[in-house]
Design a binder for this molecule. Structure first.
Ligand code: ATP
Length: 357
């Protein structure tokens, strides 16, 4: 099902929780609603579910306005954070429940429920009660129950937040597999940028009720539309440096840097001294000999993260985060140079934070 959000707004006591949101979700896409706590993710999901009626704008499913369609007539399946399984019913009874409500003939209902249980790989657990299942298994039951009515839209509200780190990884792959197998349009709420990057076809990133960017994960990572997004996406966090435009070298003078960066910015038509916020991801910075590179400083922290290590270098007023191979010969306290990969710089207007290039 194709979803259109057209200028949708949801205000509580005249305060917009979602403010004029526009987005199109193509049929079969998995869209992650991402953003910090309170940005309006759940409110958006509840509007899609029909649990909230937008106070402005229009939602369309396959071209049909649905603002006034009740949740039970929207052909949606929903999975909540706590799964909300019925504890006194078996797994099979839980999955059957929506079909029973629909008064589907018993044989057909049983066939469908069993098929769904196989799809989510809990066919061997049908006689158990939810209390006898692991978190991941309960999650699978909740997904099977949401899908058994063959909805056209699957809504997932932070479905992995109650699972431990390992299960979370396993279940996010599973959700992706199941979603692909049945090709259902899916909207997935998360505040975890890594989860969104790894699972989604497109990420809809919000802040304070407003859409910040709506794009494929790699596009958001590589070309964040503003400084907020650049900081929100990516681990370790992007480095942000203050700089100003230098007309003579047609490049950037970065505070604390030994020379303007080797890049020609003439095409941007910046003014002499124009204030710019410069973003560079940790993997686009590298350690060099002291006195070489664009910046210099002292290593204040090294953390081993498998084949790489995460490094912090204190350079003037800045702390630069870098990633380097674990076998790099460095120690805390070493003085080093830092080279910034000039082709990977992100330039933002220092005041508004809007991307310049
Ligand atoms: P979280 O990640 O913490 O769940 P969220 O991004 O899902 O946050 P929402 O729950 O959509 O955020 O809330 C967005 C804003 O709307 C918040 O400021 C919240 O306080 C407000 N809000 C949400 N629901 C209501 C409500 N029923 N009445 C009044 N204000 C609400």
């Amino acid at each position: 099902m194709r979803i259109e959000l057209m200028d949708i707004t949801m205000s509580f006591q005249d305060q917009p929780a979602v403010d004029k949101l526009n987005a199109v979700m193509e049929s079969g896409d998995l869209v992650a609603l991402l953003g910090p706590s309170g940005c309006g993710k759940s409110t958006t999901l509840f509007m899609l579910a029909g649990l909230y009626k937008p106070t402005g704008g229009q939602i369309r499913f396959d071209g049909q306005p649905v603002n006034h369609v009740e949740p039970e007539h929207r052909q949606i399946g929903m999975v909540f954070q706590n799964y909300a399984l019925y504890p006194h019913m078996t797994v099979l009874q839980n999955i059957l429940f929506p079909l029973k409500m629909k008064k589907m003939p018993k044989r057909e209902a049983l066939e469908r429920a069993r098929h769904m249980a196989e799809l989510v790989r809990i066919g061997h657990l049908l006689d158990r009660k939810p209390g006898q299942l692991s978190g991941g298994q309960q999650q699978r039951v909740a997904i099977a129950r949401a899908l058994v009515k063959e909805p056209k839209l699957l809504l997932l509200d932070e479905p992995l937040s109650n699972l431990d780190a390992r299960l979370r990884l396993e279940m996010r792959e599973e959700i992706r597999r199941i979603q692909r197998e049945i090709g259902i349009t899916t909207v997935f709420v998360t505040h975890d940028q890594e989860e969104a990057l790894s699972i989604a076809d497109r990420i809809l990133l919000m802040d304070q009720g407003k859409l910040q960017q709506y794009a494929a994960p790699l596009d958001i990572y590589r070309t964040p539309a503003n400084r907020f997004i650049a900081e929100f996406i990516g681990m370790p966090r992007i480095n942000l440096l203050s700089g100003s435009y230098d007309t003579d070298s047609r490049s950037l003078r970065v505070e604390g840097a030994s020379a303007p960066l080797p890049m020609d910015l003439a095409e941007h038509h910046f003014r002499e001294g124009q204030r710019i916020s410069l973003g560079i991801r940790p993997e686009d910075c590298s350690i060099t000999e002291p006195g070489e590179g664009n910046l210099s400083g002292e290593i204040t922290y090294i953390e081993l993260a498998g084949k790489d290590c995460w490094i912090r270098v204190s350079s003037g007023d800045h702390v630069i985060r870098l990633i380097a191979p674990s076998d790099t010969a460095i120690r805390q306290g070493d003085r080093v140079g830092i080279t910034l990969n000039a082709s990977k710089l992100h330039l933002f207007d220092a005041e508004s934070g809007v991307r310049l290039g």
